[in-house]
Design a protein around this ligand. Sequence first.
Ligand code: 5GP
Ligand code: ZN
Length: 119
Amino acid sequence: MASDPNCIFCKIAAGAIPSRKVHEDDEILAFHDIAPWAPVHFLLIPKEHIASLANAEPRHEALLGRMMALAPKLALEQGCEPYPAGGFRVMVNTGAHGGQEVHHLHLHVMGGPRPWAKG
Ligand code: 5GP
Ligand code: ZN
């Protein structure tokens, strides 16, 4: 599986940097964001190093689908209230204009009662 030795999320995926885990399976890790915008704010990453959504390839389609399908399940488990009164935000910052700071593909999942610290 592709990994980048200089990538902070690859290090988190490998357990070399600790994180507060929300979910882990063979292909996907979810962990709490270190600087949350909202009462619930976690990140979903592929364990494989994919630099951004713009770098995803056709072979990643099933993986991307699994990540999206996990988001609502984990959101509820982490305390987001049910749709439609509750719900959550999924955000995938991509590239400089998209506001991406960590260049390893990640889905932000944010929820919980407003106001939020950001967003
Ligand atoms: P981006 O701006 O690339 O979409 O978001 C990167 C996110 O990663 C930010 O929300 C930031 O707080 C989070 N982050 C950066 N470094 C770490 C870290 O070492 N651990 C955790 N848990 N989150 C991090
Ligand atoms: Zn990486």
